[in-house]
Design a protein around this ligand. Structure first.
Ligand code: F6P
Length: 341
């Protein structure tokens, strides 16, 4: 059996660990041979392939990024795109495809599966906002990086009696902000699911200063003020209709300075959260997801996605994962609120 593998969307620590596990299990246990598709859905769309065997996977377990490359190409947004994908898969002799990606990449996989393409999905995103799985790999690494940054910012904020605003990734969901905020002892955590009130933020900042400590505010890039829209960096949309977010940290710092008279600075962690080596947890999760994906292909269990449920790796219908985003609930947010101010 000939199996194609692709990685799509924003990259994420652990992608290489999945690729390695799919290939090791696929070759060793099931006798598959593999074709790597380059740069997400652009690979099948334009017939961009690379050889993918055990040799190519040597030494990649701890390496960030993806040896296959990635892109946000959407074949459904291109005239004749789906037909070209099907033709190129047939030309490369592909019997089945393993697509590793987030809501967009797996959304394409879901639609292709409905059209009869033999595809198995593996969920990835540092944002952890895919339904159906307890965690996505990459998230733990991002949270660790953000937590370390918060720890470091505490000491410089204290020395200068300043407010420090840390902007983290999270377009629709505040998981990184919530987990890193709790782990790092943030004074305020602002997430997209709970529009914030700037007066309340300033009140908490002033309260924190009264106890002689400097406030650390963790804000998701997609957070919004009660009265406003998400802060946009670029109005242009990508192939999946997303605008590029960013700048909320700066805006908040300015508003806090104006309203409270306290000095405020902002730090944008940006792609640092996505780059570099995966945490041990993410290597473990990604590896187990890869093993399960290879087994799903061997079983002909297409239209499914691997998922973490408790400590078990299971298979669920792709549509279940891509139908609705997994958001932070008010109860989970309330746990962080205990420590505000
Ligand atoms: O999808 C994950 C994510 O990390 C989002 O939180 C963020 O908005 C986006 O990727 C940014 O990615 P890029 O800069 O690659 O467009």
């Amino acid at each position: 059996m000939r199996v194609g593998v692709l990685t799509g969307g924003g990259d994420c620590p652990g992608l290489n660990a999945v690729i390695r596990a799919v290939v090791r299990r696929g070759v060793g246990q099931h006798g598959f041979d593999f074709v790597g598709f380059r740069d997400g859905w652009r690979g099948p769309l334009e017939g961009l392939t690379m050889h993918l065997g055990i040799e190519e996977c040597r030494g990649i377990l701890p390496r960030g990024g993806t040896i296959l490359g990635s892109s946000r190409t959407n074949p459904f947004a291109i005239d004749g795109g789906v037909e070209r994908v099907r033709e190129n898969l047939a030309a490369a002799g592909i019997d089945a495809l393993v697509a590793i990606g987030g809501e967009d990449t797996l959304g394409v996989a879901t639609r292709l599966a409905e059209l009869g393409v033999a595809v198995v999905g593996v969920p990835k995103t540092i944002d952890n906002d895919l339904s159906g799985t307890d965690f996505t790999f990459g998230f733990d690494t991002a949270v660790n990086i953000a937590t370390e940054a918060i720890d470091r910012l505490h000491t410089t904020a204290e020395s200068h009696h300043r407010v420090l605003v840390v902007e983290v990734m999270g377009r629709h969901a505040g998981w990184i902000a919530l987990h890193a905020g709790i782990a790092g002892g943030a004074s305020i955590v602002l997430i997209p699911e709970q529009p914030y009130d700037i007066d309340e933020v300033c009140r908490l900042v002033e309260r924190r200063f009264r106890s002689e400590y400097a406030p650390i505010i963790v804000v998701s890039e997609g957070a919004t003020a009660r009265e406003g829209d998400a802060t946009l960096q670029e109005a242009e949309l990508d192939a999946f209709g997303h605008v590029r977010l960013g700048g909320i940290g700066d805006r908040l710092a300015r508003q806090i300075e104006e309203r409270t008279g306290k000095e405020a600075r902002s730090v944008v962690l940006g792609h640092i959260q996505r780059g570099g080596t995966p945490s041990a947890f993410d290597r473990w999760l990604a590896t187990r997801m890869g093993l399960q994906a290879a087994d799903a292909v061997a079983d002909g269990d297409f239209g499914t996605m691997t998922a973490l449920r408790g400590t078990a790796i299971v298979r669920i219908p792709l549509a279940e994962a891509t139908g609705e985003l997994k958001l932070v609930s008010p109860q989970e947010y309330a746990e962080a609120q205990v420590f505000f101010g």
